[in-house]
Ligand binder design. Structure first.
Ligand code: RB5
Length: 177
């Protein structure tokens, strides 16, 4: 698989280790840096990995910073990116199954190597479930002016918006919706 990687100075050591591991596994890796501890700004690395994935140059992206949070926020600014900051395997599985995450954000400071290996394995091997989940994932990219107006109006009226899962999608048992 073609995978883009990026990290700031608080994530580059783990990022380098991940690059090596993925290459050893036969993946085609694009390493956007950074490659040493000179302080850099995590948004730039979130953006570049995000754009590589959104444009189709890479199938998946992995970003790393100290906490995972800032670089995830940056990657999610790129239209087409669904980046999940993940810390344990089930949330990683769900990020793929329900949210079709195409980028994950990892923390060098908070997550150990063995767990990171598991998270990456789950991220790269779990398929998305599609169906009703795809219908919701599509909405993540529909938040333009019209949707914003509806949402602001709903807040003003003290209501939720009128969005409803269509009956053909909502036929599964409630707990799996
Ligand atoms: C850098 O010190 C740190 O702020 C950054 O790596 C990240 O954790 C931000 O969210």
């Amino acid at each position: 698989m073609k995978i883009a990687l990026g990290a700031d100075h608080a994530g580059f050591e783990i990022k380098n280790r991940i690059v090596q591991m993925l290459r050893d596994q036969g993946h085609d890796v694009i390493d956007y840096g950074t490659c040493d501890e000179t302080p850099v700004d995590y948004p730039q690395f979130g953006y570049v990995v995000g754009e590589a994935v959104a444009s189709g140059q890479a199938e998946r992206g992995i970003v790393v910073c100290g906490s995972s949070l800032g670089i995830a926020m940056a990657a999610n600014k790129v239209p087409g990116v669904r980046c999940a900051a993940v810390f344990e395997p089930l949330m990683t599985e769900l990020a793929r199954q329900h949210n079709d995450a195409n980028v994950i954000a990892l923390s060098e400071r908070l997550t150990g190597w063995e767990m990171l290996e598991r998270l990456i394995h789950v991220f790269l091997t779990t398929p998305t479930l599609g169906g009703r989940h795809a219908y919701r994932v599509e909405q993540l990219f529909e938040y333009g002016d019209a949707q914003r107006e509806r949402t602001l109006k709903a807040i003003e009226n003290g209501q939720v918006t009128d969005a409803q899962t269509p009956p053909d999608i909502a036929k599964a048992p409630a707990q799996s919706l």
